[in-house]
Design a protein around this ligand. Structure first.
Ligand SMILES: *Cc1c(COP(=O)(O)O)cnc(C)c1O
Length: 402
C-alpha cells in the first residue's frame, strides 16, 4: 500500500496519477522549501539531549541524524519512487549496483540460496556468478521465460528470487505474477530490477513483487549526468535494507539525489517519447532487408508479446537487433549514424547505441564472440526523446552502409 500524502496546505493526492503526484507529494517533507526542492548538504544534525541522540541514531530511515543514515533530499526522491511503484518506503543509493547489492545482502546470509535469471544486467550477473559464491551464498540460474523453472529450482534454503524484465540483449520477459505466486507459497522474497521499464511502463508490485530496485542513472535521472540507485518496498523490508546500507555505506550524494528529484518530475514525458521512438524504430527495423532479427517486447513477433502486453503499459526505449552483415556491418552502421552517440548507458534524453560484441573484440575472434551468446552483429539501441521521424531517417540512411 502506498502512503497517503498531505502537503503543508493539507492537500491529499489520493486519486491523482503518479506523474501528477510526483510534482507534489514530497513537499510535506520540507514544507519550508521553495517551489523547487532544496538540497540539504549537511552531514550531521542537532540532537536535543542524550535520549534524542539515541533515538535518532538507531531509528531506521531517519534522515536528520548523520548523512550515511539518510538525507532529506534523498528521502524526497525515494518517497516519489515508492509512490510511483505503489510501495510504502524507499531508499536512494549511490548507484543502481549499490541498490542491488545492498538489498540482496540484507536478505541473504551464508548458506542461503538465490534463484536468479540466466540473463541480468552485467553487474548482477557477476554478483550471482562470482561474488556470492565467495561468501557461501548459493545461486541457481534459470531461464526467465520458463516460470516453472523457478519452482523447480527451490531448495529448503531458498530466500530470494532475483528478477529483471525485460532484460537485454534478448529483451526476454519474466512472468511477474507467475513467479511471485510461486515465491509467496514458499515464503521467498522477490526482488525485481525495473530499470528498463520504469514504473510508468510496469509496476512489479502490482503483480506481487516485494522489492523493486532501479538504476536511477537511467530513466529517473534521464540526462546522463548522475549515478544513482533506489530500492522500494514495505517499511519492514526497507528497514532491513537500511540496516545493511548503513554498514555498506553506498549512499547517494545530496546533489545527485536532487538531480534525481528533478528527473522524476519530467520522467513521464521522457518515457512516453522513448516508448514511442522505441516502438517506431523496432517496427521500422523489422521490415528492413539489412536486419535479420529485432528484439523488442512491443513487437507482435516477440515470443512473449502477449505476456508483455499483460504486465506492461509501454515497452520502453531499449531494443536490440541483429545485422545480417555481422560485426563489421555493425561498426559501419554506427559510424554512419548522425544522431545517436556511441556510448554506454541507456534511458536518457539522447539516443545511445553500442555493439555489445565490441566488448570482446581484440580479445576474441568474431566466432568466439558469437559463442558468448551475443550475435557479433547485434546492435543495442537506447531511444532518446528526439523526434521520431528524425531517428527513423537517420537509422534508414545509416543502414545503407551496413
Ligand atoms: C545500469 C543498470 C544497472 C546498474 O546501475 P548503475 O547505476 O550503473 O550502478 C542495473 N540494472 C540495470 C538494468 C541497468 O541498466
Amino acid at each position: 500500500m502506498a502512503k497517503q500524502f498531505t502537503d503543508s496546505n493539507h492537500h491529499t493526492y489520493e486519486g491523482f496519477a503518479p506523474a501528477t503526484r510526483a510534482l507534489h507529494i514530497d513537499r510535506a517533507l520540507e514544507p519550508g522549501s521553495g517551489v523547487a526542492p532544496a538540497i540539504m548538504q549537511s552531514v550531521t544534525y542537532f540532537s536535543e539531549d542524550g535520549a534524542d541522540f539515541a533515538v535518532k541514531a538507531t531509528e531506521p530511515l531517519n534522515d536528520l541524524f548523520y548523512a550515511r543514515h539518510g538525507n532529506p533530499t534523498a528521502s524526497r526522491a525515494a518517497l516519489i519512487v515508492a509512490d510511483m511503484e505503489g510501495k510504502e518506503a524507499g531508499i536512494m543509493f549511490a548507484s543502481g549496483m549499490a541498490a542491488i547489492t545492498t538489498t540482496l545482502l540484507s536478505l541473504l546470509s551464508k548458506g542461503d540460496h538465490v534463484v536468479a535469471q540466466k540473463s541480468h544486467y552485467i553487474g548482477t550477473t557477476t554478483l550471482m556468478n562470482e561474488t556470492f559464491g565467495r561468501y557461501g551464498i548459493h545461486v541457481t540460474l534459470v531461464d526467465q521465460d520458463d516460470t516453472e523453472a523457478f519452482a523447480r529450482a527451490i531448495q529448503p534454503s531458498t530466500k530470494v528470487f532475483m528478477l529483471e524484465t525485460p532484460v537485454n540483449p534478448t529483451m526476454k520477459v519474466t512472468d511477474l505474477r507467475g513467479v511471485s505466486d510461486i515465491a509467496r507459497k514458499h515464503g521467498i522474497t522477490t526482488v525485481c530490477d525495473n530499470t528498463f521499464a520504469t514504473p510508468f511502463n510496469q509496476r512489479p508490485g502490482d503483480f506481487g513483487v516485494d522489492i523493486v530496485v532501479h538504476s536511477a542513472t537511467k530513466y529517473m535521472g534521464g540526462h546522463h549526468d548522475l549515478l544513482g540507485g533506489v530500492a522500494v518496498g514495505s517499511k519492514r523490508h526497507m528497514d532491513c535494507v537500511w540496516d545493511m546500507g548503513m554498514t555498506l555505506g553506498g549512499v547517494i550524494t545530496p546533489f545527485n539525489a536532487w538531480l534525481v528529484l528533478r528527473g522524476l518530475r519530467t520522467m513521464k514525458m521522457r518515457v512516453d517519447q522513448s516508448n514511442k521512438n522505441g516502438l517506431a524504430i523496432a517496427q521500422f527495423l523489422e521490415g528492413h532487408e539489412k536486419v535479420s532479427r529485432v528484439y523488442y517486447p512491443g513487437l507482435e513477433s516477440h515470443e512473449q508479446h502477449a505476456l508483455a502486453r499483460e504486465q506492461m503499459n509501454g515497452y520502453g526505449g531499449l531494443l536490440t537487433f541483429d545485422l545480417k552483415g555481422g560485426f563489421e556491418a555493425g561498426q559501419r552502421f554506427i559510424k554512419a549514424l548522425k544522431i545517436p552517440f556511441y556510448a554506454a548507458s541507456l534511458g536518457g534524453i539522447d539516443s545511445l547505441v553500442i555493439q555489445p560484441a565490441a566488448l570482446w573484440l581484440g580479445r576474441l575472434s568474431p566466432d568466439l564472440v558469437g559463442k558468448q551468446g551475443v550475435d557479433p552483429g547485434l546492435i543495442r539501441f537506447s531511444a532518446g526523446i528526439e523526434e521520431t521521424d528524425d531517428l527513423l531517417k537517420d537509422i534508414g540512411q545509416a543502414l545503407e552502409f551496413a
